[in-house]
Design a binder for this molecule. Structure first.
Ligand code: PMV
Length: 334
């Protein structure tokens, strides 16, 4: 099944009058139980389910208009990008999937308040905001589940960025991926805080797509991963239902460390952690021993995301003054 066939089966047969401009915001999301490994590279279908928390007002806004120029024009945070950059090429390929005619080109204005391609899920909120903006431009009136399936075609984890709060990505079983999309979970946890511990703004050393493929092909530890996910998903869901923060934090941290251990066992080895990452981990473990309820998770980059509750805010800010604090359940988020 190709991406085109999936899209054809979702988009309305007759498109309504479009607007002048489509616009949408999508929050970034951080997985507490990670997605690592595809069973279908084309459609970004995962081997396992995963569960994330969206980052409130941290994310991407996309404004999209049609124009008759000979090529797409892409602005990122106010700067026009060359269409030869990796970022532009991936985005243009995604837009190609939705072009009614090859003569139609787009102007995209993407603005994001998180670093791009540093393992902070910029592609997740990026593709979710693009598909939602196209939905607005063409007035497709798709529901969030359909948008989630289409966002997944741009970047797997984007299918969780259509909602605020906790989202589970059901891996699904269908070959066409129609049952592989995000589902919003009902739980809210207003006291939950996330601290973004960003060590630098450089691009990640290896793309998550490439790293996942190498892990599946070569890591002897990968066969244990689906079982680990099944276990952690259940514990995390119980922790959400019971508001058991220690269980949530410990499971999310252990899940991230298992994912990185699986990658490290690949050949060639994949290590996203840097000296700063390991030093911060040791500091967190020491603080925890001293009684602070503080955990972390880590994605495809060296940065850490601190997990803690509102009551620990002062101590966390004292220990990690550079951490950017996110309130995921902030009611004022767009
Ligand atoms: O969706 P991708 O290709 O950017 O992969 C995301 C992978 C992780 O961030 C490491 C895990 C996850 O579930 O978000």
């Amino acid at each position: 099944m190709s991406k085109y066939e999936v899209i054809k089966s979702i988009l309305p047969k007759v498109w309504r009058q479009k607007k002048e401009c489509g616009e949408a915001f999508a929050p970034s999301n951080i997985a507490l139980c990670k997605y690592w490994g595809k069973r279908d590279q084309q459609l970004n279908l995962p081997v396992t389910s995963s569960l994330s928390i969206s980052l409130g007002d941290k994310g991407a806004t996309c404004r999209i208009t049609e124009h008759n120029k000979a090529h797409d024009i892409i602005y990122l945070n106010g700067n026009e990008l060359s269409n030869n950059t990796e970022f532009s090429q991936k985005l243009i390929q995604y837009l190609d999937l939705f072009r009614i005619s090859p003569t139609i080109h787009y102007q995209i204005e993407a603005t994001t308040n998180i670093p791009v391609a540093a393992g902070l899920a910029s592609s997740a909120c990026g593709y979710a905001s693009v598909i939602d903006a196209l939905n607005d431009l063409y007035q497709w009136q798709l529901d969030k589940t359909q948008l989630s399936i289409l966002a997944r075609l741009g970047s797997g984890s984007a299918c969780r960025s259509l909602w605020h709060g906790f989202v589970e990505w059901h891996k699904g079983n269908a070959k066409d991926g129609m049952d592989s999309h995000g589902i919003k979970l009902p739980e809210k946890w207003p006291e939950l805080r996330i601290g973004l511990l960003i060590f630098h703004q450089e691009k990640k050393s290896i793309s998550s797509r490439q790293a996942m493929a190498t892990t599946i092909q070569t890591s002897t530890l990968y066969k244990a991963w689906p079982e680990k996910i099944q276990h952690d998903l259940q514990i995390i869901k119980e922790a959400l239902a019971n508001k058991d923060f220690n269980s949530l934090g410990a499971t999310a941290e252990s899940n991230a460390l298992n994912m990185h251990a699986t990658m490290m066992a690949s050949w060639p080895p994949i290590i996203y952690s840097e000296t700063d990452t390991l030093m911060a981990m040791r500091k967190i473990w020491q603080l925890r021993q001293d009684g602070l309820q503080l955990f972390f998770t880590q994605d495809a980059g060296p940065h850490l995301k601190l997990l803690f509750l509102e009551r620990s805010l002062k101590e966390v800010q004292t220990e990690f003054p550079t951490a950017e604090i996110v309130t995921p359940f902030d009611e004022s988020s767009p």
